[in-house]
Design a protein around this ligand. Structure first.
Ligand SMILES: [Zn+2]
Length: 403
């Protein structure tokens, strides 16, 4: 018997998770495989969620910003501000496991569930189904294979206690002014939201599975879809990056796209930290292998349990609302398709991505990989422009981030 329990924590920053003591860190991240260098395929929820439930890059599963102007007129029903989003293509983990007779319970915000009509798919907010109901459901299904998927967005800034949407602008202003106490205040809020999830959801859930003896039969997955920035990103983009959430996410900088992620399954996985580069699209092929359904998988991800597959991951690709990124171990290119501009970083020299490079050869090399492996010749390199590094350097200098 195998169960899958997947906890997806929206907008959880990796540094906040790593520095906070939680039961989920102790029980899942320290007793399973902890992916310490894992990258999301989206700086915001849709491309990221679409990627990890299909195990495919946005360019393969249809949730790509690069096709927004395509002739495909089929629109999503999702009530999202950007109604141009295309539909998700390909099999999801929900498709695969519900066909294999897993009992399904999902607790998901409605905007992510509109297209699904599986039995057990709940288009509800987490506060509409209590943890007591979830524990009751587990008790009733303990003799079946089950798949429990919970998305919680308590950590999302718009859900912070006392936080209003309009405060996104306030954060921008605060960070522009460099008021460090306020950044500290937002960090404290992020930590208290994480603790709420740990105490209110994870702890009772884990305790219940332990009580009925199901921990060893359960594959646990915990991940974020992306992080948030506390203003760092705005400083770097020379106002090119104008998303709906310009400050808090939808960028391709590491505080947004590097995410916490771990998988525990005592029957088949030894505890281990994986520091090699990994991606959220690698979760699906890995768990399908654990339940011997690997033949169902046809995506872009790799099986994290196979050494040769793990070593073959040399770069990660992902998208935000108006840019895409290619990151390998030493460099990163962020490309803004609309403006045809790029930001380039040497991650070994400049891990905080504060000093963009004016290096045409490196730009060509990185863009060549994107073009060959991801874009399939969609953009012409000759038309690309580097974002003016002097303006960005001056901005960082004025704000006291560099000398
Ligand atoms: Zn999200």
């Amino acid at each position: 018997m195998t169960n899958v329990v997947w906890l997806f924590i929206d907008s959880l920053r990796k540094d906040i998770f790593d520095s906070t003591e939680t039961l989920m860190k102790k029980e899942i991240f320290e007793k399973g495989i902890n992916l310490t260098n894992c990258f999301s395929q989206g700086g915001w929820t849709y491309p990221s969620f679409g990627s990890f439930i299909t195990g495919k890059y946005p360019t393969s599963n249809g949730m790509t910003i690069l096709d927004l102007k395509s002739k495909n007129k089929e629109k999503t029903k999702w009530p999202w501000s950007d109604s141009r989003l295309p539909r998700l293509k390909g099999k999801t983990i929900f498709d695969i496991l519900s066909k294999k007779n897993f009992k399904l319970l999902t607790i998901c915000h409605p905007i992510l569930g509109e297209d699904y009509d599986y039995e057990g798919w709940n288009r509800i907010k987490e506060n509409e189904l209590s943890i007591a109901d979830i524990l009751d459901w587990i008790g009733k299904n303990k003799d079946n294979n089950f798949f429990l998927f919970i998305r919680t967005d308590i950590t999302h800034a718009s859900k912070w206690p006392g936080f209003k949407e309009s405060k996104y602008e306030e954060v921008t202003d605060l960070v522009k002014k460099g008021i460090k106490d306020d950044v500290k205040k937002f960090k404290k809020l992020m930590i208290s939201c994480l603790k709420k999830i740990d105490d209110g959801f994870f702890s009772p859930l884990f305790k219940k599975l332990n009580e009925i003896g199901l921990v060893k039969d359960t594959i646990f997955i915990i991940n974020a879809d992306h992080g948030d920035t506390l203003g760092e990103a705005l400083l770097r983009t020379n106002n090119i990056h104008k998303g709906d959430y310009q400050v808090l996410h939808t960028t391709c900088f590491d505080e947004v796209i590097k995410v916490p992620c771990a998988i525990r399954y005592d029957k088949k996985i030894q505890k281990r930290n994986i520091a090699l580069m990994t991606r959220l699209i690698d979760i699906l092929p890995t768990i399908l292998c654990l339940i011997e359904l690997e033949k169902e998988y046809t995506g872009d991800g790799k099986n994290l349990l196979k050494e040769e597959d793990l070593n073959s991951i040399t770069y990660s690709y992902g998208e935000s609302s108006n840019s895409v990124y290619l990151r390998n171990y030493s460099e990163k290119l962020i490309f803004y398709p609309k403006e045809k501009k790029v930001l380039l970083f040497d991650l070994k020299e400049d891990p905080l991505e504060n000093k963009p490079l004016n290096d045409i050869n490196l730009q060509k090399k990185m863009f060549g990989i994107l073009d060959k492996e991801v874009f399939k010749g969609k953009f012409k390199i000759d038309s690309l422009k580097l974002i003016d590094e002097e303006i960005i350097k001056n901005r960082l200098r004025n704000l006291g981030y560099t000398d």
